[in-house]
Design a protein around this ligand. Structure first.
Ligand SMILES: [Zn+2]
Length: 325
């Protein structure tokens, strides 16, 4: 299976990705949350034997003596994804239903074109096996609890069974859907949408508790949002926890304020299926909605001021001791 659009688009997208010579030389990425959040997201481009690879990811831990192999004992195949697991899983598993529902939500909410290829979800039975595989395969990648890796061969999500699996998979699987439907996704939007869709009920406007808290801290410090700054941030290592919160907040603003703002976003996303070198979104937004900045600022103030009614799909847990290997 090949992903010619990804190869073509990403090979011309040096401005939005980080390139390295090989998996073994992949450089550490920026961490969202700095030990506070349940996973850290990043998009990295890896150049592997002249083939370009998209990586987004979460937490990884130390090397062990476990064998490095992909889960392969059980699998569930649907129209849009395949789950491979060493733990029994069938089509009625709640996880399968969750991903089926999420795929439909993402596709219909964003009016995405037909998904070209399935996303392959490698579900490790435990963290030790997962982390050893990831460290053996993608040496020197930053510590993450889950990864999305897009290669010309497949669009793959890697994670392991944990109390936070559902929430991790919602985030990484959203990356997979986007890259399965579009030629390219700018860094800020890739993460903003993944953060947006990891919350159940997001399409109805549910907010993200962690990002709301971060926005509150930011505004107390006199921070102001800047879509321009996010759009020109092309190195994932420069993304901070606040950047992730802001990317989520811009998506939430575009989706849930005025119809013309939502239309600008959907038109922009539609353009990403036709080009590998997308323009910035802000000029289009400013043209359609000259008052976009004060409106967005007011929306973010409203978000940070109102207590969230939604909880993450699993309770917060202490940061992993392996968060910063
Ligand atoms: Zn991500």
């Amino acid at each position: 299976m090949t992903h010619p659009t990804i190869i073509a688009s990403e090979s011309t997208k040096a401005e939005t990705r980080h390139f390295v010579a090989s998996p073994a030389a992949a450089v550490p990425g920026s961490c969202r949350g700095f030990g506070v959040h349940r996973f850290l997201s990043v998009t990295v481009m890896l150049l592997v034997s002249c083939l370009l690879v998209t990586v987004t990811g979460c937490q990884m831990t130390r090397r062990t003596t476990f064998a490095a192999h992909l889960p392969n004992q059980h699998s569930v195949r649907t129209k849009h994804f395949v789950i491979q697991s060493d733990v029994p899983i069938d089509a009625q598993d709640p996880l399968v239903k969750e991903l089926e529902s999420l795929q439909e939500t993402v596709r219909t909410t964003l009016q995405l074109p037909e998904q070209r290829d399935p996303v392959v979800v490698y579900l490790f039975s435990d963290e030790v096996t997962y982390r050893f595989y990831m460290q053996s395969t993608w040496k020197d990648l930053p510590a993450r609890r889950a990864y999305f890796v897009g290669t010309p061969r497949e669009l793959a999500v890697y994670s392991f069974r944990s109390p936070r699996l559902q929430e991790d998979l919602r985030h990484e699987f959203t990356h997979g859907i986007l890259h399965a439907c579009l030629d390219t996704v700018p860094l800020w939007l890739d993460e903003g949408l993944a953060e947006y869709f990891e919350i159940r009920g997001c399409e109805s406007g549910e907010s993200h508790p962690m990002h709301v808290a971060e926005l509150r801290r930011a505004m107390e410090e006199g921070w102001n949002p800047s879509l321009y700054k996010l759009e020109v941030t092309t190195d994932f290592r420069n993304l901070t926890q606040r950047d992730y919160a802001e990317a989520w907040a811009w998506v939430h603003f575009l989706m849930h304020t005025k119809p013309q703002a939502r239309e600008v976003l959907l038109t922009y996303i539609s353009s990403l299926s036709k080009t590998s070198t997308p323009k910035r979104l802000q000029p289009d937004l400013e043209k359609v909605m000259p008052e976009y900045f004060p409106t967005a600022r007011a929306h973010m103030e409203k978000l940070q001021a109102s207590p969230s009614t939604v909880q993450l799909t699993s309770p917060p847990t202490p940061a992993s001791p392996f968060l910063f290997p």
